[in-house]
Design a protein around this ligand. Structure first.
Ligand code: HEC
Length: 710
C-alpha cells in the first residue's frame, strides 16, 4: 500500500518498506517527498556522532564536461538509489554500496556538447505493486523506465516516451519545451510542469497530467488562459496565441490527502519587456493550487503582477503545518527570488500573514506599463536585503570600490520592483535570488523553515532594437534580432550561463551550430521556426563572419517583434570578478513560521582564495537545498566555491561538522537507511560560475564496525 504514493501516506518524507531480506527507509521523491519539506526522522547520525562521518562509497558517473552541472536530488526506494548524471543518463545504484545496477542513456543519436540541467527523477508504482517505474525528462521527452532494469516501458507513450511538444495547442514542431525538475506522482497520474524559452517565441507553460501507465494526456491547465477561461481578461486578447512561459520549472508539490497539486509559476516570456502583454498576466508568478484529479483551479495567488524582472517562483512550495492559538493549520510556504516567504492556508489560499500592497514607480520605457502595486507579506521579514545603496558597495580594495561606485552612479537602484530601464536598473536580490531552486526545508516538530539564499546584485538593462525600415535582413541583423538577448551583440555572451560565441568555429562546426540552434537546449530556445535561409545566414555569420543578405528577408513586424531586447544576464561584479557589494553574499535563514520571527540567520559560504587572504565568512552564491532532521541537524552543501558539505545544529545554526567535496555539491542531499545503516548522499557536479565540473555521488555514513549489515 505504501508504495502507491511514496511517502505521502505517512505525511512526511520518510517511507518505510519491509520485505523479507531488508528494511530500508528511503528518500522516495524529489525534495524528500511530494510535500517538499526536505525532512527526515532518521536518527542514527546525530549531533554527538556527526564528527565521525566517513565516506561510505563514491560513484563517479564519468560524464562531466566543461560547463556541465549535476543538480540532482537522488531518490532512494527499496534500497536502490536513482539519479541523473551531467549528460542526463539515469543511473540506479545499490544504495548501500554505490554499485551500478543499470543505466539508461537518452542521448542515442545526439551529441552532448552543451549543458543539460536535471534535478531528478520520479518513482511510481501501481496499487498492486506490479508496475514500478522511473520517470525522467530529457530534451522534449518524458521517459518511462522499468525501475528494476532501466528498460523503457514499451506500453508508455511511443515505445517508452512521450513528446512534451504535443498537446499545447500549437504546432509541435515549433515548440521548445523540456523539464529539469521531475514530475510528481499522484495515484495513476504523473503531473508535470516544464521549462520553456524566456524570449519569444516560447511555448506556453501548461501544467499537464499524464496516465502513468500509458502516457495518455489526462488533463492540462492553461497557465495562459484561453478565451473564456478565468484570467483571460488580464492579457491582451490574442496574447494566449503568441505569449509563452508562465511555466513551473522548479517542480510541483502535492497534498495527496486533499488531492491538491501546487504549481509555483514563472514569469511570462519575454521576461523583461511586456508591451505585448499589458495587464496583470495571470497566472504568471502565481502559486497555483489545482485539483490533482481533474486539473481544475482551486485557488491562486499572484506574487508579482505584470512581471518585468524574471521573478519566477523559484522552488516548489513546502507543505507545512503551523500552530496558531493552539490550533494546527495546514499551510503552504512559498519562497521567492526577491527574498520573501508567503504562507497560505493549504485548502483555501487565505494568506496566514497579512499581505500589504506597495506602490512602485512606473516605467519610462516606451510602450511599457508596469503594475502600480505589488503584494508583499507583512511577515516574515525578507530573508535578503531589498535595496542597494552606495554605502553598501564593496570595500574589498580601494580600486574595486572606485570601479563599482563609478558604474553604480550611472545606473538606477530603486529597490525591489523598480522597472527595467535603458540605462540599467539594479536587481537586488538578483536573477538567481534570494531563494532559488534548492527550496526550503521545514521542521514539523518546531515549525521552523530553513532557507538558503543568494545575496547578489545584478544589472538589468534593455537595449533598443534597430528598426529594420523594411530593409532586407543580413546575417548580422538576424543574429542581433534572435540571439543577442543572450549571447550579446558582440557575441561574448554572459558566461557561464550564456556561452560566448566568439570563435565558435573552433569548437563547433557548421553542422553542430545548426543542430544547437534548431533543437535548442536548456535555456537556449529552439529556432526551428527560422526559415532555412535565415538560419543559414546566422550560421555563416557565426562561423565565418560572413554577412549574407537574405532575399526577401525584410523583417516583418509581428506581435513578438519587440522594440527592446535584454542586455544580458549580468551580475554586478567588481573588476576582479567578486560581488560588487559588501558581504554577506549568501546566507542561511531559520524562520519560525508559527510567529514569522527569525530564529537565526548566518552568513553562508566562502571564496577559498579570499579566505586565505583573511577575508573569511563572506558568504557566496549557493545552489541546492538543505535537509532538516527530527534529531537536530540541518544538512546542506550548495556553496559554489568552497565545495563544502556543512552540518549545522538546527536550533542555533552552529556548525557541527563540515567536509570538502570533490566538486561543489550544487544539489540537495538525500538521507536514507539500508539494513539499519544510515547514509547521507550528495551529488557533486560543480560547474557554477566556472567552477570545475565532476560527476561524483558521495555517500557518508558512520564507521562501519558500529553498524555492520545484519
Ligand atoms: C534565451 C537565451 C538564448 C537565446 C535567445 C539564444 N541562445 Fe544560444 N545558448 C543559450 C544558452 C543558455 C546556451 C547554453 C546551453 C546550455 O549549455 O545549456 C546556448 C548555447 C548556444 C550555442 C552552443 C555554444 C557552445 O559553446 O556549445 C550556440 C552555437 C548558440 N547558443 C547559438 C545561438 C544562436 C545562433 C542564437 C540565435 C539564433 C541563439 N543561440 C539564441 C541561450 C540563448
Amino acid at each position: 500500500m505504501a508504495a502507491l504514493i511514496p511517502g505521502a501516506l505517512l505525511g512526511f518524507a520518510v517511507l518505510r518498506i519491509s520485505s523479507s531480506q531488508s528494511e530500508s527507509t528511503g528518500w522516495p521523491a524529489y525534495g524528500g517527498g511530494p510535500e517538499n519539506t526536505h525532512y527526515s526522522t532518521l536518527s542514527q547520525i546525530n549531533k554527538e556522532n556527526v564528527r565521525e562521518l566517513q565516506v561510505a562509497w563514491t560513484y563517479d558517473a564519468g560524464d562531466a564536461f566543461q560547463g556541465s552541472e549535476m543538480e540532482c536530488n537522488p531518490i532512494v526506494v527499496d534500497g536502490v538509489l536513482y539519479a541523473t548524471t551531467p549528460k542526463l543518463r539515469v543511473i540506479a545504484l545499490d544504495a548501500a554500496t554505490g554499485k551500478l545496477k543499470w543505466d539508461f542513456d537518452p542521448n542515442k543519436g545526439h551529441r552532448v556538447f552543451t549543458k543539460m540541467r536535471n534535478r531528478g527523477v520520479t518513482y511510481w508504482a501501481d496499487s498492486q505493486g506490479q508496475h514500478k517505474r522511473i520517470f525522467v525528462v530529457a530534451r522534449q521527452y518524458l521517459y518511462a523506465l522499468e525501475a528494476a532494469t532501466g528498460e523503457p516501458v514499451k506500453e508508455f507513450g511511443q515505445n517508452g516516451r512521450l513528446d512534451l511538444r504535443c498537446d499545447l495547442g500549437r504546432d509541435p514542431a515549433q515548440q521548445f519545451i523540456s523539464n529539469n525538475s521531475p514530475p510528481v506522482a499522484y495515484k495513476d497520474l504523473l503531473i508535470t510542469g516544464s521549462i520553456v524559452a524566456e524570449t519569444l517565441p516560447a511555448s506556453p507553460g501548461d501544467i499537464r497530467a499524464y496516465d502513468a501507465r500509458t502516457g495518455k494526456l489526462r488533463w492540462s491547465f492553461h497557465t495562459i488562459p484561453h478565451p473564456g477561461e478565468f484570467g483571460y481578461e488580464t492579457w491582451p486578447k490574442d496574447a494566449w496565441q503568441y505569449i509563452g512561459g508562465v511555466n513551473a520549472w522548479s517542480g510541483l508539490s502535492l497534498d495527496s490527502k486533499r488531492g491538491i497539486v501546487y504549481a509555483p509559476l514563472g514569469s511570462a516570456s519575454f521576461d523583461f519587456y511586456g508591451a505585448n502583454r499589458l495587464g496583470d498576466d495571470l497566472f504568471a508568478n502565481c502559486l497555483l493550487a489545482l485539483n490533482a484529479e481533474t486539473g481544475e483551479r482551486v485557488w491562486h495567488f499572484q506574487t508579482v503582477r505584470h512581471d518585468l524582472w524574471d521573478r519566477d517562483l523559484p522552488a516548489p512550495p513546502a507543505l507545512v503545518t503551523i500552530h496558531r492559538d493552539g490550533r494546527a493549520l495546514d499551510a503552504v510556504a512559498q519562497i521567492t527570488k526577491s527574498g520573501f516567504v508567503y504562507v497560505f492556508d493549504r485548502a483555501t489560499g487565505e494568506p496566514l500573514f497579512p499581505i500589504e500592497y506597495h506602490r512602485y514607480p512606473g516605467s519610462d520605457v516606451d510602450g511599457e506599463r508596469a503594475a502600480y502595486m505589488q503584494p508583499l507579506p507583512a511577515a516574515p521579514a525578507p530573508f535578503a536585503r531589498q535595496m542597494l545603496t552606495a554605502d553598501m558597495l564593496t570595500t574589498r580594495t580601494p580600486q574595486a570600490h572606485d570601479a563599482v561606485l563609478k558604474q553604480f552612479q550611472k545606473i538606477r537602484s530603486q529597490g525591489q520592483f523598480a522597472p527595467p530601464s535603458l540605462i540599467g536598473t539594479i536587481l537586488f536580490s538578483g536573477m538567481d535570488g534570494g531563494g532559488e531552486w534548492g527550496g526550503p526545508a521545514f521542521d514539523p516538530t518546531t515549525g521552523i523553515l530553513y532557507i538558503n539564499s543568494n545575496e547578489m546584485a545584478w544589472i538589468l538593462q534593455l537595449i533598443e532594437n534597430e528598426p529594420s525600415n523594411g530593409q532586407p535582413a543580413t546575417g548580422q541583423d538576424l543574429y542581433i534580432k534572435n540571439c543577442a538577448t543572450c549571447h550579446r551583440a558582440d557575441m561574448k555572451g554572459a558566461p557561464p550561463e550564456f556561452p560566448s560565441l566568439v570563435h565558435i568555429s573552433e569548437r563547433l562546426n557548421e553542422e553542430e551550430v545548426r543542430e544547437v540552434v534548431s533543437q535548442g537546449n536548456g535555456r537556449m530556445p529552439s529556432f526551428a521556426r527560422l526559415p532555412g535561409q535565415e538560419l543559414n545566414a546566422i550560421v555563416r555569420y557565426l562561423e565565418y563572419g560572413e554577412n549574407l543578405t537574405v532575399n526577401g528577408g525584410a523583417q516583418t513586424v509581428t506581435p513578438i517583434d519587440l522594440k527592446y531586447r535584454f542586455g544580458g544576464y549580468n551580475r554586478f561584479l567588481d573588476p576582479d570578478g567578486y560581488p560588487a557589494i559588501q558581504p554577506p553574499w549568501g546566507t542561511l535563514n531559520a524562520i519560525n513560521l508559527n510567529t514569522g520571527d527569525f530564529v537565526w540567520k548566518k552568513t553562508f559560504g566562502e571564496y577559498p582564495e579570499l579566505a586565505a587572504q583573511g577575508m573569511t565568512n563572506t558568504g557566496s552564491e549557493n545552489y541546492g537545498g538543505g535537509i532538516v532532521t527530527a534529531n537536530g541537524l540541518f544538512i546542506i552543501a550548495a556553496t559554489s566555491f568552497d565545495k563544502k558539505l556543512h552540518i549545522f545544529d538546527k536550533a542555533t545554526g552552529d556548525l557541527l561538522w563540515e567536509t570538502t567535496l570533490p566538486f561543489a555539491g550544487n544539489a540537495t542531499p538525500a538521507l536514507y537507511s539500508v539494513n539499519g545503516k544510515e547514509y547521507l548522499v550528495i551529488g557533486c557536479g560543480g560547474g557554477k560560475s566556472k567552477a570545475p565540473t565532476g560527476a561524483i555521488y558521495v555517500a557518508f555514513a558512520l564507521p562501519g564496525a558500529r553498524y555492520a549489515a545484519r
